[in-house]
Design a protein around this ligand. Structure first.
Ligand code: NAD
Length: 516
C-alpha cells in the first residue's frame, strides 16, 4: 500500500466527495458543521461524473486562514536549511508516489499518462530548486556605509499567501507556486481548479508526510466564491493566479485594490515561425507535439504556425496534414495514444464552435477532427486534431485562444511580416523560430514582444532556475513564477542600518539629515 493510500483511508469520510486539506488533514464541510455546495468531477475519457468536490464556503476558508495564521510565526522562524530538508523529503515522496499522482491527473484531466509524468517532473524541478533556499535567501551586506555603520538587506516571508490554479496542469502549476512560497517561510492556501483537484490533495498529504508542520500548506477547494473570499481577506498578503486572461485581469485589479501583491498569468496564442532555411522535418515533428500534445490544452501550446514564403508553407502544410490525420486519440490511460480528450463537454462544444467560425470566415479546414467517436468511450469528450490553412489576422480562430487541438497556418512573405503579426497580437506568452541562420535568430529574439522565446526549441518553458512568465495580456504583475522572481515575489525586503557606538564616544545633537 502506498503512503498516499494510507493517509487517504485515515482522513476521508466519503471517498466519492473530495473535501479540503487544512492543518495537516482532510476536512469535510459536514464534519466542520457547514453546509457544503459541491461540484462535479468528470472522467473526460468516459464523459461520466467520477466524483464530487466540495466548494468551500466562508467557514471552511476561515478554518484554512486561521490554520495558516497560527502556523506562520513558527514556520518563518524555522531555519531555511530545516525548511529545505522538508523539501528534500517531499521530492523523494513525489517520486515514490508519482504513479498515484499521474493516475489522478489522467482520470480527471484526460491527458495521456506519459504527459502527466512530464508535468509532474517539471513540477519536481521547482521543488529541487526550492531545496536551495538557504542560498537563495542570502541577503545583501555592506560594511562601513557610514562611520562605524553597517547595513544589510534581508528578505522576510510575507505571511499567508494564496495560489489559484487552472485545470490544465493540475500538479505542475500549483508547484510553480507553493514550493517556493513555503521554502521562503510563508504559509500557503491553494485553491486548485475544481475540475481536477485530486492531485493537489495528494501533494498536500505528501507534504505532511515529509514533515511540513500543520497549517503551512492548505488546500481549499472551490470556485469564484472561494477566490473572492481569499481576495477580500486582509490576512492574505499575496495571490499567485494562473488561468484565463479575463479572470487573471479581474483578480489582478481586485486584489491590487485590496493592497495585495499579485501575479496573474493569463491566456496565450503562441506562434511558431518557420523560415525558408529551416529543417522542415524537424520543425513538423516538434510542432506535432507542441500543437496537439495534451489536446492543445497548454498555455505554451503552439496554435499558430507562421510560414515564411509559399514554398515553406506548402511543404509544412503537406507534412502536417498527413501527420495530423495519423494522430492516435483515445483514453489517456492507454499510453500508446498521442492525445486524450478535452476536459469537459463545454470545452468540446467551444472548440467545435471555433472550427465552424473558422470555416465561415474563410479559412481552409485541411483536417477536420470533429465528431470523433472512440470505440468503448463513446461518451468521452474526444475530438481529433484539426488543421486550418490560409488563416488571416481578422479571424476568431487566429485572435482567440481556442485551447483545443486546432493548429492555424498563416502564410507571410518575410520575417518582418511574421514578427509584426506576432507583435500585434494581444498575447505574448511563448514563441519560437525555426531557422539555421544565427543572425535571423538573434534579430527575432531581440525584437519579438513575447516573454519566452525559443530558437529551434518549440516549447521554451524555462527551467526551474529561470522564471516563467509572458508579456502583454499573458501576465498581469511584475514578477514571474518560480526561479529567482519567486524569491522576490514571496518575500519583502527589510533593510537594516546598525551602529554600536563605543562607550567613550560623546555624540552631540544633530539636526541636519544624516549624510555620509
Ligand atoms: P479559468 O480562468 O477558468 O480558471 C482558473 C482558476 O480561476 C480556477 O481555479 C477557477 O476556479 C478560478 N476561477 C474561475 N472563474 C473565476 C472567477 N470569475 N473569479 C475568480 N476565480 C475564478 O482557467 P482554466 O479554464 O482552468 O485554465 C485554462 C486557462 O489557463 C487558459 O486560458 C490557459 O492559457 C491559462 N493558463 C495560463 C498559463 C500561463 O502560464 N500563462 C498556464 C496554464 C494555464
Amino acid at each position: 500500500m502506498s503512503s498516499i493510500e494510507k493517509t487517504k483511508k485515515a482522513s476521508q469520510s466519503d471517498p466519492n466527495v473530495l473535501g479540503h486539506f487544512i492543518s495537516g488533514k482532510e476536512v469535510n464541510s459536514k464534519e466542520a458543521g457547514s453546509a457544503a455546495r459541491t461540484g462535479k468531477i468528470y472522467d473526460p475519457a468516459t464523459g461520466k461524473v467520477s466524483k464530487f468536490v466540495e466548494l468551500a464556503d466562508g467557514d471552511i476558508l476561515e478554518q484554512a486562514i486561521a490554520a495558516a495564521e497560527s502556523a506562520f510565526l513558527s514556520w518563518r522562524g524555522t531555519p531555511p536549511h530545516k525548511r529545505s530538508q522538508v523539501m528534500f523529503r517531499f521530492k523523494q515522496l513525489l517520486e515514490e508516489n508519482a504513479d498515484d499522482i499521474c493516475r489522478a491527473i489522467t482520470s480527471e484531466h484526460g491527458k495521456v499518462l506519459d504527459d502527466a509524468r512530464g508535468e509532474l517532473g517539471r513540477g519536481i524541478e521547482v521543488v529541487e530548486y526550492a531545496c536551495g533556499i538557504s542560498e537563495l535567501l542570502k541577503g545583501e551586506y555592506s560594511k562601513n556605509v557610514g562611520p562605524g555603520i553597517d547595513s544589510w538587506s534581508e528578505f522576510q516571508a510575507l505571511g499567508i499567501v494564496a495560489g489559484v490554479t487552472p485545470f490544465n496542469f493540475p500538479a505542475m502549476v500549483p508547484m510553480w507556486m507553493y514550493p517556493m512560497a513555503i521554502a521562503c517561510g510563508n504559509c500557503f492556501i491553494l485553491k486548485p481548479s475544481e475540475r481536477d483537484p485530486s492531485a493537489s490533495m495528494l501533494m498536500a498529504k505528501l507534504l505532511t508526510e515529509a514533515g511540513l508542520p500543520d497549517g503551512v500548506f492548505n488546500v481549499v477547494n472551490g470556485d469564484k466564491e472561494t477566490v473572492d473570499g481569499l481576495i477580500n481577506d486582509p490576512r492574505v498578503q499575496a495571490i499567485s493566479f494562473v488561468g484565463s486572461t479575463p479572470i487573471a485581469e479581474s483578480i489582478y485589479q481586485r486584489a491590487c485594490d485590496k493592497g495585495k501583491r499579485v501575479q496573474a498569468l493569463g491566456g496565450a496564442k503562441n506562434h511558431a515561425v518557420i523560415m525558408p532555411d529551416a529543417d522542415i522535418d524537424n520543425a513538423v515533428n516538434a510542432l506535432m507535439g507542441a500543437a496537439y500534445g495534451s489536446c492543445g490544452e497548454r498555455c505554451m501550446a503552439i496554435s499558430v504556425v507562421v510560414c515564411v514564403g509559399e514554398e515553406t508553407a506548402n511543404a509544412a502544410v503537406a507534412q502536417l496534414e498527413q501527420r495530423v490525420r495519423k494522430l492516435r486519440i483515445g483514453p489517456g490511460t492507454d499510453t500508446s495514444n498521442d492525445m486524450g480528450p478535452v476536459i469537459t463537454a463545454e470545452s468540446l462544444a467551444r472548440v467545435n464552435r471555433y472550427i465552424e467560425e473558422g470555416q465561415q470566415q474563410g479559412a481552409e479546414l485541411t483536417v477536420d477532427g470533429r465528431g470523433l467517436i472512440v470505440a468503448g468511450h463513446e461518451e468521452g469528450f474526444f475530438i481529433g486534431g484539426c488543421l486550418f490553412d490560409e488563416v488571416t489576422q481578422n479571424m476568431s480562430i487566429y485572435k482567440d485562444e481556442i485551447f483545443g487541438p486546432v493548429l492555424c497556418v498563416v502564410r507571410v512573405a518575410n520575417l518582418d511580416e511574421a514578427m509584426a503579426l506576432i507583435n500585434s497580437h494581444e498575447y505574448g506568452n511563448g514563441t519560437c523560430i525555426f531557422t539555421r541562420d544565427g543572425e535571423t535568430a538573434r534579430y527575432f529574439s531581440d525584437n519579438i514582444q513575447v516573454g519566452m522565446v525559443g530558437v529551434n526549441v518549440v516549447l521554451p518553458v524555462p527551467v526551474a532556475s529561470h522564471s516563467f512568465g509572458g508579456w502583454k495580456r499573458s501576465l498581469f504583475g511584475d514578477l514571474y513564477v518560480y526561479g529567482p522572481d519567486a524569491v522576490r515575489f514571496y518575500t519583502r525586503r527589510k533593510t537594516m542600518t546598525q551602529r554600536w557606538p563605543a562607550s567613550s564616544n560623546e555624540e552631540g545633537v544633530q539636526f541636519s539629515f544624516p549624510s555620509n
